[in-house]
Design a protein around this ligand. Sequence first.
Ligand SMILES: N[C@@H](CCC(=O)N[C@@H](CS)C(=O)NCC(=O)O)C(=O)O
Length: 250
Amino acid sequence: MKARLYTIPGSHPGVAVQLMLAQKGIPFKRTDLFPVVSRAVVRGLGFPGPTVPALKLDGKKLQGSRTISRELDRVRPEPPLFPAEPERRAAVEEAERFGDEELQHPIRQAIWWAFHRNKAPLRDYSEGARLGIPVGLAVATAGPILAMEVRVNKATDENVRAGLAKLGPLLQKVDEWIAAGILDGEQLNAADLQIGPSLRLAMTMQDLRPSIEDRPAGRLAKRVQPEIAGDFPPVLPPAWLQPLRATAAT
Ligand SMILES: N[C@@H](CCC(=O)N[C@@H](CS)C(=O)NCC(=O)O)C(=O)O
């Protein structure tokens, strides 16, 4: 099987797909793209949309972490990413959808907002990235890209603050799914692999880590992705973190 993954360094759904491929035992090559530039590249390669993760699998063009998880189960059924029993499968699909549609984006917005305020930590986050230019140069010239990321992701003060206010209830939901055995079972499923990297990325932010790491959701994230590059010193206004800290404490 021939697989090439197109991703952006640090992309949480990009990590999810790398973990899926690893779990399936499918060797793959990885092309790291510059954020923003990635949009034109991915379209130029013939994928239908502008985002990563995008995967060429035996010539077939797959885009989006949820499309990819399904296709991987189709072409390489073992070990499965989804349970066979219909009710359990529906529960895992719902948790995976939640990870994609509800959890991914507030974290994406918070991290781009943070990089736009302080680009110094980009160097650590870029560890292991293969961008074709020295990381120092990439970081030094990142300003316009960061401004565009804030724009395309609508990472305004208002939206980031609102997203952070929702994070407590989202974590609660993940904890409940773990308690119900839908997540964090013996074998990691598509929802674990979708949700884990989002929470792991959030935990690189010192502002968020204490509210996540000591709860079931945080332990799942570390199980799914034990290592991650990057560490963001405090950057978010404390008032924005207040709702998360209040829910995490209860
Ligand atoms: N929800 C999609 C992710 C789509 C998405 O927004 N991807 C981001 C990276 S995490 C992207 O391609 N951004 C383009 C850019 O940053 O310019 C999935 O799970 O596949």
